[in-house]
Design a protein around this ligand. Structure first.
Ligand code: FEO
Length: 406
């Protein structure tokens, strides 16, 4: 059975939802699912914008066949070739042997590498600024390299103001009937998963997202709809989400607050993290989030590290190094290019406490534009009463730093 939604009078969502996949890209948990969005334009020519993951191919075909109602599919525009969108290309080509494929040079190369036989079809290679007319709709293609693969482009329909934004402005969470961001409580129910999607999938490529935002800024008044490849379509309050993307891709904190991430073997480092959280709240700093790195998937930690201005890392020493899961979190923050944060450290070690120095060295030498506060809470096995002044000093320094960033 088809399952479609109308975007505008002649544009339809023909994608699918996925609640079966547990790990996106086989690494990031998606407990609330994900959608693979594809869009069908029925102009004088019929045009499919992108396809879906292989697991959702049957739904895509039913949707497209229903809307075409016997018409030919004339064009397939591929904005992004990653297999969660490109895996069904070959099936589309087989079903509609006369379809013409429009995409970038690099995307055609990737189609070849993935083994999709587009060569037997008319392939129309487009580049930045090219336009194409499908009847009453004229589109402009805009290169979007590294948002999130090098071949990516976005397509702007100048007739109705629809921006097919590829991975940009996407989110985890299956749509489950709702199509538009204004049909859900996005700021309450979706923003955390949107942040987790962007920061983990495209976080490394902030400067490329910034370039795209700059281009979008030039035509902002013309953009009426943003149609991403995951998550809801935006037709209201576009500025809200564009502002979030701007902050995330500039690596600017979204909120003044403290992320406390602890690595604790027997609960002693955890106790120190909790004691610090309480002291902060006593001092009026209540925007505090505490996570155990051992039972929190790192994708959530990354999203939170992009959200908050201050990060406290509390780690036990392990094999004379930083606890492995904490080390992995540090490596991920580096890999995803996180910048402009203020760190404070809590270290613990029963006979050779090394974790504080090693974390500070990593932050200072491996990451960009970070500040490590001088105060450090150093524990020998557990937090005892004699550390109360140190704990309080650390909380005060953090509070001063937060309050100083007006
Ligand atoms: Fe959803 Fe980069 O693919």
């Amino acid at each position: 059975m088809y399952c479609v939604r109308t975007v505008t009078n002649d544009l339809y969502w023909v994608g699918a939802n996925d609640h079966r996949l547990t790990l996106f890209e086989n690494i990031h948990p998606i407990p609330k699912g994900v959608s693979y969005n594809a869009y069908l334009l029925l102009d004088e020519k019929s045009v499919l914008f992108d396809t879906v993951d292989w697991s959702a191919c049957r739904q895509l075909l039913e949707n497209v066949e229903h809307l075409l109602d016997g018409r030919e599919l004339d064009y397939l525009v591929i904005n992004h070739m990653e297999p969660d969108h490109g895996a069904s290309i070959e099936e589309i080509l087989l079903r509609w042997p006369n379809v013409k494929v429009i995409s970038t040079e690099k995307a055609f190369l990737l189609m070849h590498q993935f083994g999709f036989h587009a060569d037997s079809h008319e392939c129309i290679q487009v580049k930045e600024g090219d336009t194409f007319c499908f009847g009453s709709h004229t589109v402009t293609f805009v290169a979007a390299p590294m948002v999130h693969w090098p071949e990516a482009m976005v397509t702007f329909d100048t007739t109705n103001g629809v921006l097919f934004s590829a991975d940009a402005f996407g989110s985890f969470i299956a749509l489950d009937g709702k199509l538009f961001a204004d049909e859900v409580n996005f700021d309450r129910d979706w923003i955390d998963e949107a942040r987790r999607y962007l920061t983990n999938i495209v976080g490394k490529y902030g400067p490329h997202v910034q370039l795209l935002l700059k281009q979008a800024g030039g035509i902002l008044d013309q953009i009426k709809f943003i149609c991403p490849l995951h998550g809801p379509v935006w037709r209201q309050d576009l500025g809200y989400f564009i502002d979030k993307y701007d902050k995330w891709s500039r690596y600017e904190p979204e909120e003044k607050g403290v992320l406390i991430a602890y690595a604790s073997m027997y609960g002693n480092t955890e106790a120190a993290a909790q004691a610090l959280a309480s002291r902060l709240c006593e001092k009026g700093i209540t925007n505090v989030a505490v996570y155990d790195v051992s039972n929190t998937h790192v994708s959530y930690l990354i999203a939170e590290s992009f959200k908050y201005s201050h990060i406290v890392l509390a780690s036990v020493t392990y094999n004379l190094g930083v606890y492995p899961v904490m080390k992995s979190f540090l490596e991920d923050m580096k890999a995803l290019n996180l910048q402009n944060r203020t760190f404070a450290l809590i270290e613990n070690g029963s006979w050779a406490c090394k974790s504080g120095d090693l974390m500070e060295k990593f932050i200072n030498e491996e990451m960009k534009n970070m500040t490590v506060l001088n105060e450090r809470l150093s524990l020998a096995s557990s937090l005892q009463g004699d550390k109360a002044a140190e704990l309080d000093a650390l909380a005060s320094t953090l509070a001063d730093s937060l309050n100083g960033q007006e």
